[in-house]
Write a protein that binds this ligand. Structure first.
Ligand code: FAD
Ligand code: DHB
Length: 390
């Protein structure tokens, strides 16, 4: 088999890259470990930056997002019993789109298949070869048969636990890593959201987030130990803790409903540098992850896609390799800005076991400042709605 770009992984990064390349007339094949149904039902991110929503719209896969997604013009920060709104529209002229990552994945899969795209689900034993030559290849097993996909370039979009990054020679990658001493218990519930906008709450018991997927489905997160077993959280315990942590002194009332899913995510900041070696380019979680506070992981993945799609177009259509040569440097500048923001939001909003009373007061002062100074609020808003893509 032969194609121009071999893409490993059908998450948001791999699927969008495949779609954008197709629009440029560039041939590609996507290889995915899991089934179509698995990737279409995996609940993860929920917030799209302004320019990310724009990219989906401009590339013709935003119609359902515009119909069903919820445009949010601001968000609430809650601390010390107070609720303070950050007005994105007023501060930046931009908004974010609340639309589940699995919905983005569904839209992209549907469009790739309608366009005759070559997406292969449930492949196994994926390995990459000869990336330092002009003739790299991907070997994989499909329906019990070993196959080889020859290509010009390999896009490693296989997430944090994929095979692309570990396939690079030992010592080639420099890792930057921070592991946080807590995780998030994520909860999906059949309940209409008790707030029109997301609520990020700092509380002595730990962080809580009120989010949503639709007018009838609520999404919540609770700070918990990193190795927590979600089964130790009964529905009563979850609602009781959400009531406590999300309460304010200004009349907020939380509505309860049936819990339909729960799970624990560990929190980590990680960057691999560089994001390219020879003919292998790493995108999205394969190269970097952030703690979820600030809703950046998927958006950062899509930022890489925007850079690589443009560079590949120049390389393949105009024989100009400058964009490919600077791919890693271009992406990493944005990646480190996003890392900084995610780390800052996480530090400001969570409880750290080793923090003392002084640290606590400084964090409350920071929240007070960021919600009362227009300059500080603008910094938060500008990062939240998203820095320029690529
Ligand atoms: P992935 O989505 O991980 O896709 C990688 C794909 O590669 C997967 O389909 C996987 O099955 C496949 N794969 C793996 N190994 C192989 C292999 N060997 N061969 C072939 N295929 C393989 N981000 C935000 O922007 N906003 C948020 O609000 C947000 N909230 C989050 C909440 C939670 C609970 C979690 C867990 C994450 C959240 N994120 C958020 C992060 C976001 O989900 C990820 O950053 C995003 O999925 C990255 O996309 P990706 O395409 O790079 O990787
Ligand atoms: C969601 C996740 C986040 O990490 C966040 O900051 C906001 C919303 C969500 O899943 O809805």
């Amino acid at each position: 088999m032969r194609t121009t770009i071999g893409i490993i992984g059908a998450g948001p990064a791999g699927l969008l890259l495949s779609h954008l390349l197709h629009l440029q007339g560039i041939d590609n094949v996507v290889l995915e470990l899991r089934s179509r149904s698995y990737i279409e039902n995996r609940i993860r991110a929920g917030v799209l930056e302004h320019d990310v929503a724009g990219l989906l719209r401009d590339s013709g896969v935003g119609a359902r997002m515009d119909r069903e997604g919820l445009l949010h013009h601001g968000t609430i920060l809650r601390f010390g019993g107070r609720s303070r709104r950050i007005d994105f529209q007023d501060l930046t002229g931009k908004s974010v789109m609340v639309y589940g990552q699995h919905e983005v994945v569904r839209d992209l899969v549907a469009r790739r298949l309608a366009d005759g795209g070559d997406l292969r689900f449930e492949v196994s034993d994926v390995s990459i070869h000869d990336i330092q030559t002009d003739t790299p290849s991907i070997r994989f097993t499909e329906n019990g048969e070993t196959k080889t996909l020859h290509c010009d370039i390999i896009a490693g979009c296989d997430g944090f636990h994929g095979i692309c990054r570990p396939s690079l020679p030992a010592g080639f990658i420099r890792d930057f890593d921070r592991i946080y001493p807590f995780g998030w218990l994520g909860i999906l519930a059949e309940v209409s959201p008790s707030s029109e906008e997301l609520v990020y709450a700092r509380h002595p018991n730990g962080f809580a987030l009120l989010s949503m997927r639709s007018p009838t489905i609520g999404r919540f997160y609770l700070q918990c130990p990193p190795d927590e077993n979600a089964d130790t959280w009964s529905d009563d315990r979850i609602w009781s803790e959400l009531h406590t942590r999300l309460a304010d002194n200004e009349g907020f009332r939380l509505t309860e409903g049936p819990i339909i899913q729960k799970g624990v995510t560990a929190m980590r900041s990680y960057v691999a540098e560089p994001m390219q070696s020879g003919r292998l380019f790493l995108l999205g979680d394969a190269a970097h992850i952030v703690p979820p506070t600030g809703a950046k992981g998927m958006n950062m993945a899509i930022g890489d896609v925007a850079v690589l799609a443009r560079a590949l177009e120049r390389h393949i259509k105009h024989k100009d390799s400058q964009g490919l040569d600077t791919y890693s440097r271009t992406c990493l500048r944005r990646v480190w800005n996003v890392q900084r923001f995610s780390w800052w939001m996480t530090s400001m909003l969570h409880n750290f076991a080793d923090a003392n009373a002084f640290d606590e007061q400084v964090r409350l002062a920071e929240l007070d400042y960021v919600t009362t100074s227009r300059a500080a609020a603008t910094t938060l808003a500008e990062n939240y709605v998203g820095l320029a893509l690529g």
